[in-house]
Design a protein around this ligand. Structure first.
Ligand SMILES: Cc1ncc(COP(=O)(O)O)c(C=O)c1O
Length: 468
């Protein structure tokens, strides 16, 4: 047993406590609440689209990072309670389970999104779309969406009505499909969707009247993938690829082109959780003006005012003064780049020689919080996770966590996800080294010879619920 070893949690996808910007938040809080007029705004109900100075400041900051030279107007933004809260809001305004056919999810997928789709009435109607090294497999997605449309049509021909109360609401619309993905530095796969795939996905969404919800929550955390360079210079000051919402804004006349309904087919779900602290519970969503207004008209916002009204006043101070940007560039990116480099070095030393594999190992830019590893033949992720926990006190996430519920076709029994954000840097290589020890042992126990393997007995995932 591992009782005497220091526990190492490589599952938890939270920011490192040592990197939380506590003093910046403290001074932002004081600055905001010292002004009587800001304090009054902060403590009353917020306007539906959110605190106006926050929208203006965030729009300017996003322009600088994503689209220098093409201003993002504040009207394209709505303040949210973070990416999770907003996903629920978007589904409540823009879907109807009687009309919206399916939720298509790039898989492996961020597992905590599943319940949000279930809550919106889509239990049993989620389907995984395989991710390759360039992004989602557009061929598979188009084929499946076509098939889904044909089946839906047949059922409609048999007499099911398509009009519901929601579809007649002027501020929203009901999309026929939703596609959910994390285009850059994905959770869990750490992959980044290429430019061609981004364009193809927007075209496909337009063709099928789909809304792509892109969780762009890791975009700001990026550095050169070459670990030597990232150690010297962990900062890239602007986004290395446009978001899907930027592609939709400009491709072939843009989202507000003649003949289009003006809602667009993509939205970018942004959050301060990974770049400041998840307790802030504040984020933004960007889409067309019409889309952003629609989000702001969700019933919970109409009644309760903008989410995160108080914290959005602090965030405004951090963004307006450039403190958030500077902290990301000068503190977070270098720190995460160095954690990433340390983990990659340990993987190279202890895991790749055993037959583990890394996706997108030839990319130029790395980022986010995670590394996704393919396991050597014969090693199952649930076995590795279980024995790492019991024998080495190392917690890792087995691939099955990231399978879309009910989708038996797209499974990840031979992958694991490692997070390099939560634990301190010196524990990352130690954790990987301990994993390597377990993997080598399991491989030697299961190998019969001639490349044949037998399963380890007593399989079962580690208790993952405790670590979300
Ligand atoms: C892809 C993805 N989306 C959303 C979230 C949650 O974001 P928020 O804290 O803004 O709700 C996470 C957190 O792990 C995530 O990885």
């Amino acid at each position: 047993m591992a009782a005497h070893k220091q526990p190492i949690n490589l599952l938890r996808g939270w920011p490192a406590p040592s990197l939380l910007p506590t003093s910046l938040i403290r001074s932002a809080t004081q600055a905001a609440l010292s002004s009587p007029s800001i304090a009054q705004d902060a403590l009353l109900y917020g306007p539906d689209p959110g605190y106006e100075p926050a929208r203006v400041a965030i729009a300017a900051w996003l322009t600088e990072f994503y689209t220098p030279g093409k201003r993002i107007p504040a009207e394209r933004l709505c303040i949210t309670g973070g990416a999770s809260q907003n996903l629920g809001n978007v589904l409540s305004v823009f879907t109807d389970s009687k009309i919206t056919r399916k939720i298509w999810i790039a898989a492996p997928a961020y597992f905590l999104a599943f319940r949000i789709f279930e809550d919106a009435g889509f239990g049993g109607r989620m389907k995984g779309v395989p991710e390759g090294d360039d992004g989602v497999d557009l061929e598979v997605l188009e084929r499946e969406m076509t098939r889904c449309e044909e089946e839906w049509q047949k059922r409609e021909d048999k007499g099911r009505g398509s009009q519901t109360f929601q579809s007649r609401r002027g501020w929203g619309k009901v999309y026929k499909h939703v596609i959910y993905c994390v285009p850059s530095f994905a959770n869990p796969s750490s992959r980044t969707m290429g430019m061609e795939c981004r364009r193809g996905l927007v075209k496909l969404a337009r063709k099928f009247d789909a809304l792509v919800v892109a969780d762009d929550v890791y975009d700001f955390l990026q550095w050169p993938a070459d670990t030597e360079k990232s150690a010297q210079k962990g900062v890239l000051n602007s986004a290395h690829l446009p978001r899907l919402v930027d592609v939709d804004r400009s491709l072939a006349g843009g989202a507000e082109r003649d003949g289009a309904d003006g809602f667009g087919n993509t939205c970018s779900n942004g959050s301060f959780s990974k770049i400041a602290g998840p307790g802030i519970r504040c984020g933004w969503v960007e889409g067309t003006n019409r889309f952003a207004f629609g989000v702001s008209q969700a019933g919970t916002t109409r009644s309760g005012g903008a989410p995160s009204q108080l914290t959005s006043t602090y965030v405004t101070h951090l963004v307006e003064t450039g403190q958030l940007r500077d902290n990301i560039q000068n503190v977070l990116c270098p720190a995460y780049a160095s954690r990433y480099a340390s983990m990659i070095r340990a993987i190279n030393a202890h895991l790749l020689p055993l037959g583990f594999s890394l996706p997108q190992s030839d990319r130029d830019v790395a980022g986010g919080y995670f590394i996704w590893l393919g396991l050597p033949t014969g090693l199952m992720a649930v076995d590795l996770a279980r024995v790492c926990k019991t024998e080495e006190d190392v917690i890792v996430a087995a691939g099955e966590m990231f399978e879309v519920p009910g989708d038996q076709e797209l499974t990840f029994p031979a992958h694991i996800r490692l997070c390099f954000a939560w634990e301190d840097v010196e524990l990352l290589s130690e954790g990987v080294q301990r994993m390597g020890k377990v993997a080598a042992k399991l491989l030697s126990e299961t190998q019969i010879g001639n490349g044949d393997y037998v399963m380890v007995e007593g399989r079962g995932s580690a208790d993952m619920d405790a670590f979300k």
